[in-house]
Each structure stands twice: as structure tokens, then as C-alpha cells.
Design a binder for this molecule. Structure first.
Ligand code: ZN
Length: 467
């Protein structure tokens, strides 16, 4: 048994790990895109996308969740010759085709016939496997290999994967954490705790810090909104289409619901605050999230039973067409109408949020609110870091001074914090003999590695290099 890492080492994107069993078989866990600064150093863009490792012995692809940094290279995997099954949870099986079709259109081709062919091939390959059910992988060698999805609480459908190699009683378990979520993430059930394994490959995005708790972060969100709405500007929230957007809508609905009849700012009723979702993708995923209600947690179910619509409330407007989007950017920049806008991409590296930023960064009445991780080299990271000091950000050849106010609330991260990661790794009855920390900036992983080495002294804690 051998584990190779084809991405998400020394950084947070491009997740792709290979579990080799014997010399003839392997499975891949995720096949994601590199983003931000992590695309550089890999040559031209096309090289960063190409699958540079052999795939003829890869029997299956196992998808932990449908974020683009975990699935974005799947089309290239097909191009490299992979034709095996793609295993994922039932909600991921619903979300994955939509994500990949979008990825194809944006990154690969506008050719509709080609997109249809690739999508048809993909749909045939996707195999949903329910949480908690073992799925045998079709391998050539005599050593059996099976996988089982457990809840990761990160986005809808997200899972960590337990891989069992060998016959029962003589088996080894490798767990790939995928992205682990926070406990108390809106809408989602809490992550499952593993009982034991031999090797744990774990993400470490927030290995060096802890988040605010749920109550604090909702108060922080409400406080930022109150402050930002005072001068009747726009509050821009860059958010990933999948996961973060729906969680934020859920929290915003709650803030509006609790404050019915009250004032958001002097002379401004909460009932008059409009929430705009300006992203066709996010709107599509919000609709899919609504359809996947059986996978929501109990609290969200209780709100529905109470007649509330956490993802589809009266003060929510969705913008679809690009013309409407451009008109809204102009209108909001000029008007005195206080609006909260959610738009992708979450790290400001593209998408409709960029048009808002270009129009609004220079005006102090507007506010930018970051609620998610900003990778190195992305415009989001630059704005987050230099905005509060009156810095600037470049979009293409154009430079924009940042006069809008910039806020960051960390509690809304879809990732487990340091305590969550430590609990996941050290809470096992049968601790792993080896922990490999992936999916984190090197300094961050190092902090977490230090804590784990003290907490589980008999476990080897490694920060692997890429293969
Ligand atoms: Zn993710």
C-alpha cells in the first residue's frame, strides 16, 4: 500500500491523492483544480491542468465533495484515458454534473456538442454510494479494496472516505478527510468521528487558528451589516456558489426573521433590506440544495416546519441574466439603496463579483465582507490584506484603490478550525500510526503538526511533498 499526492501539498488547492494497492491497482481521491498563486510554478496554465501521472492502473475515482479544487480536473482525467467509475455520495452525484458542466464551459470549451459528449460520458461514470455503506472497488489483484463515505459536514454531500485494503482481520484502513466542516455549520449535519485507522490523510487549512463560535459569528455578521448599511451603500459578500452561499442565505434569513419590525440602521427597517443573489450558478445550487432537503440537519427542518423558507425568503432577489447584472452594478453604485449582494467567485478571481469590485472599491460608502478562506495570490487575499491599510488591487492591467471598507468574519469558514482538526485526528479509539497533513499553507500545517506530535506521540506526523 502506498499513498501518492498529486496536489494539495504545500498549498490548499488541486486536491488529488492516489492510493496504490499492490502494483497493479490504485484509486484516486479527488481530482481538483489548482487556483491562485498555486497555479504558477507549474508552467503554462495548460500544464497545470494536464494529468501528469499514469492513470491506466486507476480503477476508480472517489470524490469527497464537489468544490472545484477537488473535482475541477476530472475532464482532464477523462482526456488522459480514465474511464472507470466515479464514486460519490448521493447529494454529490446530483451536484457534480452541474459543477463539471460549468467548469467545462469556463475552462475548456464552448463547443456545445463536445460538452454534451463529455457530460454524457460523465453521467454514465458517476455512481452514488449512500453514507455508511461499503462499496467494493473492482481491482485486478487479489487484495480486496473497498471504500465507505462518512459525513464531513463541509458542504451538502461532503464526505471523508474510509478505504479498507485487504481481507477482514488482515486489513489496513486509510482515511482521506477531504475538507472537514465545522460543527454547527448551518443546514448540515455534524461531521462523523472516525473510530480508528492506520493512516490519516487530513486537510489543515485552518490548522493554526480557531473560529468564532456560531453565536459570535452571527452577531458579528449582524454587526457588520448594521454598520455597513448606515451609509446606504452596498455590502458585497464574495462567496463560493456551493456551500457558503446557501449557509449565508440561511443565516441572513435568520437575522431578518429575528429582527422583523426593527431597525437595521437609523431610518432603515430590516424589512426593507434586500438580499441579492447575483450568480446563476449559486441560484442553481441553491435550488438543488432546496431539493436535497432530506440531507439537511434537524434545525433547518424545524424552520421549514415553522413555515419559514431558509433559502427562498421574500427579501431575497436572484439575478440571472448578464444584462440585469450589469444594470444592477451601475444602479447600486449610484443609488442610495442599501443592498446586500452575494456573488461569486469566493476569492474574487473571476465571476460577477469582479464587476462589483471594479465599480465599488473606490467608494467608502460600500463594504466588502469576506467570509471564506482567501488563497495566496488571489485578488481576494490582496483586498483582505491591503484594503484596511488603504492599498490597491490589480484586475488585469487595471489598478483599483481600495477605499471601500473591508471586513473579515472567520467563523463562517466551511472548514474545521484547529480544535476541530485536532479532535478529528486524536479522538480515535485506534489512533493512526501516521498522519499526513495536506491542503494547507506550509506554515499553517507546521503549527498543526506540532500540536499533533504532542497530542499523539506514537503517531508519525508528516507534511508530504508532491509526486
Ligand atoms: Zn471544499
Amino acid at each position: 500500500m502506498e499513498i501518492l499526492h498529486h496536489g494539495a501539498v504545500g498549498g490548499v488547492t488541486g486536491s488529488c491523492h492516489e492510493l496504490r494497492v499492490g502494483d497493479r491497482d490504485a484509486i484516486l481521491i479527488d481530482c481538483g483544480l489548482f487556483q491562485g498563486a498555486e497555479t504558477s510554478g507549474k508552467g503554462a496554465n495548460a500544464d497545470a491542468l494536464a494529468i501528469e501521472f499514469p492513470v491506466d492502473h486507476v480503477r476508480a475515482l472517489v470524490v469527497t465533495h464537489v468544490h472545484i479544487d477537488h473535482v475541477g480536473r476530472i475532464p482532464y482525467l477523462l482526456a488522459a484515458g480514465f474511464g472507470g467509475p466515479i464514486y460519490c455520495t448521493p447529494p454529490s452525484a446530483r451536484l457534480l454534473p452541474v459543477v463539471l458542466e460549468d467548469a467545462l464551459k469556463i475552462g475548456v470549451t464552448r463547443n456545445k456538442a463536445l460538452i454534451r459528449r463529455v457530460m454524457a460520458a460523465l453521467e454514465r461514470m458517476i455512481r452514488p454510494v449512500p453514507f455508511g455503506q461499503w462499496q467494493a472497488i473492482d481491482v485486478e489483484s487479489e487484495e480486496p479494496l473497498s471504500i465507505c463515505f462518512r459525513r464531513a459536514g463541509h458542504i451538502l454531500g461532503s464526505a471523508w472516505v474510509d478505504c479498507r485494503c485487504g481481507t477482514e482481520g488482515n486489513d489496513q484502513h486509510v482515511i482521506f478527510s477531504g475538507d472537514l466542516g465545522n460543527r454547527e455549520t448551518p443546514l448540515l449535519r455534524d461531521p462523523d468521528q472516525p473510530e480508528g485507522c492506520d493512516v490519516l490523510v487530513m486537510e489543515s487549512t485552518y490548522g493554526d487558528r480557531n473560529h468564532e463560535n456560531r453565536e459570535q459569528r452571527q452577531q458579528a455578521l449582524e454587526a457588520v451589516l448594521r454598520e455597513a448599511l448606515q451609509d446606504r451603500g452596498t455590502v458585497l459578500i464574495p462567496a463560493f456558489s456551493i456551500g457558503r452561499t446557501q449557509e449565508l442565505l440561511y443565516e441572513l434569513e435568520d437575522i431578518l426573521h429575528r429582527n422583523q419590525g426593527g431597525e437595521a440602521a437609523s431610518g432603515l427597517a430590516w424589512d426593507d433590506v434586500e438580499i441579492v443573489l447575483d450568480s446563476p450558478m449559486a441560484a442553481t445550487f441553491t435550488k438543488l440544495y432546496r431539493e436535497l432537503r432530506p440531507y439537511w440537519d434537524e434545525e433547518a427542518g424545524a424552520r421549514i416546519d415553522a413555515g419559514r423558507h431558509p433559502l427562498d425568503f421574500d427579501q431575497l432577489t436572484t439575478i440571472n441574466s448578464h444584462d440585469d447584472h450589469l444594470r444592477l452594478v451601475d444602479y447600486l453604485d449610484q443609488s442610495e439603496r442599501p443592498v446586500v449582494v452575494l456573488a461569486a467567485s469566493g476569492m474574487c478571481a473571476g465571476g460577477r463579483i469582479v464587476n462589483y469590485l471594479k465599480a465599488m472599491l473606490g467608494n467608502p460608502k460600500h463594504d466588502i465582507l469576506f467570509v471564506g478562506y482567501q488563497a495566496r495570490g488571489t485578488p481576494g487575499r490582496v483586498i483582505q490584506q491591503y484594503g484596511p491599510q488603504g492599498g490597491y488591487v490589480d484586475f488585469g492591467d487595471e489598478r483599483f484603490d481600495i477605499r471601500a471598507r473591508v471586513h473579515t468574519i472567520s467563523g463562517y469558514s466551511a472548514h474545521a478550525d484547529q480544535d476541530g482538526l485536532v479532535a478529528f485526528a486524536t479522538g480515535m479509539q485506534r489512533p493512526p500510526r501516521e498522519i499526513r497533513l495536506v491542503h494547507g499553507d506550509p506554515e499553517t500545517s507546521e503549527v498543526l503538526a506540532g500540536i499533533l506530535r504532542d497530542a499523539v506521540p506514537n503517531t508519525h506526523v508528516a507534511q508530504p511533498e508532491g509526486d
